[in-house]
Design a protein around this ligand. Structure first.
Ligand SMILES: [Zn+2]
Length: 173
């Protein structure tokens, strides 16, 4: 049996031998697979993975612009994590959505920014790179993205944000 011909039930673990075509369609989440053993159907939990520089990851976990690629690094990692094409005004929200997730994946970065300031960030980043390494593989599954991220229409979201800002200070009748 070849692994690429197997679909494993996400609920009970029963394995089914299928044709490569069925397996490929399942992986593309084109349709769900019905498990005759536990009588539930399920979609494939697609995994995404990509390598990122430590400065991209630390930008999200610390909330400071540390990326050596500046804003490109922020767009890159948040677009990857959300599998979305984020607009500038959506970045702060996406950052909040994925910050706890990244810290869970990289517990070594929890609380390392205590001595980080605006002035020392270059030296600080250099120190972390020496200590932890330069490149990291970030992974996220389809289910995690669905759980953490909301796909909002960028224009609608902007209008809501502007609306909320205009309402600031207004009193309730
Ligand atoms: Zn099952």
């Amino acid at each position: 049996m070849n692994d690429s011909n197997i679909i494993k039930c996400r609920h009970c673990g029963t394995e089914y031998e299928v044709t490569p075509k069925v397996r490929a369609q399942h992986e593309a989440r084109e349709y769900s697979f019905y498990c005759t053993s536990c009588k539930t159907s399920f979609y494939y939990n697609k995994m995404y993975e990509k390598q990122f520089h430590i400065s991209d990851i630390l930008s999200i976990t610390t909330g400071r612009l540390l990326s050596t690629r500046h804003m490109d690094g922020i767009y890159d990692i948040l677009d990857f994590l959300s599998q979305d094409e984020l607009y500038t005004h959506q970045l702060p929200r996406a950052m909040k959505e994925f910050q706890p997730y990244l810290l869970e994946q990289f517990p070594q970065f929890v609380d390392i920014d205590k001595d980080l300031t605006q002035e020392n960030c270059g030296v600080w980043l250099q120190k972390q790179t020496v200590k932890f390494g330069e490149m990291f593989v970030v992974t996220i599954s389809f289910e995690d993205i669905k759980r953490l991220h909301s796909y909002n229409n960028p224009l609608d979201e902007l209008i809501t944000m502007v609306g909320n800002r205009n309402n600031t200070g207004a009193t309730n009748e």
